[in-house]
Ligand binder design. Structure first.
Ligand code: AMP
Ligand code: GLY
Length: 444
């Protein structure tokens, strides 16, 4: 479906976090921007760019949503998070004249079923950790006992980033398997598990826009998943990120395109699945080369914040071209400066957090340029009170983001920006980019 882009596009943006705040900002700068409707549960920052859709974006509300979209003349739906993609809302809401940005349910299976992702990788010889899918508790326990080495246990379904346990020994692996399969901590998502070798190396996030035929890689990002400085403590959704990362040069990126993205998209096509949207590969750079840790069928958070901080082009047009099969005509680039995002979190994150604390130090994105003096504050877990005051409403509250000539400058400016965000118990990592900065300063 190649569909001409209307002069003015009315957009519905689904999702309520920092990723969506960054997307809304760039979408609203498009020459083709008409109106933006944000998620019913939008954070306080998103309200700078649009009014909330009166309906929840779900199948239950389909009748009312269809009526509302007709009334507001919605031309384009952009879906941020994996939940609606896994539910198949692209299949349900796309029409011949109203495209939706995001993969269909069958294509999004790469994220919502880790066993399926493994089988596609195996069939297409995409490099990934070696392992096995276990569908019964006894088979899983027998397998880790027999392996008797560090491994990783993953619930196969969606668990909001919590279903993966990196295990140092068999005892930890047995506990992780029991949490998934015996106590069913993740419900049906943990009914089967993937158990795989524990890889060592640095992790990078690689994103590609895919329109079914054309695959365009974006600049590479490094996220910091662990909550504590020095990469310690439990995994989170991401505590900070920077872009581009010097860990991959153009040649390495070309190999990743050739060895990972092309065969994966081809493998899906051979099964009759047309992938459109963004494909996000979490990749470990091991001594034996890059290996896929996971596929996601959406933009990353906070990776999107640093990508959008450097994006040069018309995002709305690019997303439309991706959704309608004309990505080969897209023109965009990333500015040469480096971007760094430091996520300011509520106390207790990644566990349960208190809500309702007033957030100060924010500025509208319109007034910012990413410099140390005027950094971008991408809002995530915030909510506007009746008197329009931003208060905390989630674990990751604000992504303080700045540009710099190099990573050191960007990281320093973003860390200073994070200090300006004040609410009860706010905390953040002060070492985003530390592994690369350390190797740059020691020459190793
Ligand atoms: P995933 O959701 O599969 O990306 O896993 C979440 C995090 O767990 C990753 O970002 C890695 O830090 C870690 N992880 C996943 N798989 C492996 C693996 N095979 N070896 C080492 N760490 C892993
Ligand atoms: N930051 C990692 C993710 O979005 O899954």
């Amino acid at each position: 479906m190649s569909l001409p882009l209307p002069d003015k596009v009315n957009v519905l943006l689904v999702g309520s976090g920092g990723r969506e705040h960054a997307l809304a900002w760039r979408i609203s700068q498009s020459k083709h921007f008409g109106t933006l409707w944000v998620d019913r549960y939008a954070n306080a920052g998103l309200l700078e760019f649009g009014k909330p859709c009166p309906e929840e974006f779900s199948l239950k509300r389909r009748y009312y949503l269809d009526r509302w979209m007709a009334k507001e003349k919605i031309d384009f739906i952009v879906i941020g998070p994996e939940g609606p993609l896994a539910e198949g809302l692209v299949d349900q809401f796309a029409t011949p004249t109203r495209p939706v940005f995001g993969p269909t349910k069958a294509a999004a299976r790469l994220e919502w079923d880790k066993a399926y992702a493994k089988s596609i990788m195996r069939q297409t010889s995409v490099p990934t950790a070696e392992g096995r899918v276990c569908t019964t508790l006894s088979a899983a326990l027998a397998y880790v006992t027999e392996r008797n080495e560090p491994c990783v246990v993953k619930a196969t379904g969606l668990c909001a980033g919590k279903g993966v346990t990196v295990c140092g020994d068999t005892k930890e692996a047995i506990a992780a398997i029991n949490r998934c399969m015996a106590s069913r901590e993740f419900g049906d998502a943990g009914a089967s598990v993937v158990i795989e070798e524990r890889l060592e190396g640095q992790e990078v996030s690689v994103f590609a826009l895919v329109d079914g035929r054309t695959i365009t890689l974006l600049d590479t990002v490094q996220d910091h998943k662990q909550v504590g400085e020095g990469d310690t403590g439990p995994n989170t959704g991401g505590m900070g990120a920077y872009c581009p990362t010097p860990l991959l040069d153009q040649a390495a990126l070309a190999s990743i395109a050739h060895d990972i993205f092309v065969p994966t998209i081809d493998g899906l096509r051979r099964q009759g699945v047309d992938y459109r949207g963004v494909l996000f590969a979490g990749i470990m750079l091991t001594h034996a080369g890059p290996k896929v840790l996971e596929f996601n069928c959406r933009f990353g958070d906070p990776e999107t914040q640093v990508l959008m901080a450097r994006f040069n082009g018309d995002l709305l047009k690019t997303l439309w071209q991706t959704a309608t099969g004309s990505l080969d005509e897209a023109e965009f680039s990333f500015e040469p400066r480096c971007a760094c995002c430091v996520v300011v979190c509520a106390p207790g994150y990644p566990g349960p957090v208190p809500k309702g604390s007033t957030v100060s130090g924010l500025a509208p994105l319109r007034d910012c340029d990413g410099s140390a003096a005027r950094p971008y504050f991408f809002q995530a877990g915030t909510r506007a009170t009746k008197d329009s005051r931003p208060v905390t409403s989630g674990g990751r509250v604000v992504g303080a983001t700045a540009l710099g000539e190099g990573l050191a400058d960007a990281a320093l400016a973003a860390t200073e920006a994070a200090k300006r965000i004040v609410f009860d118990g706010a905390f953040f990592r002060r070492d985003i980019g530390h592994r690369v900065l350390h190797s740059q300063s020691t020459g190793r």
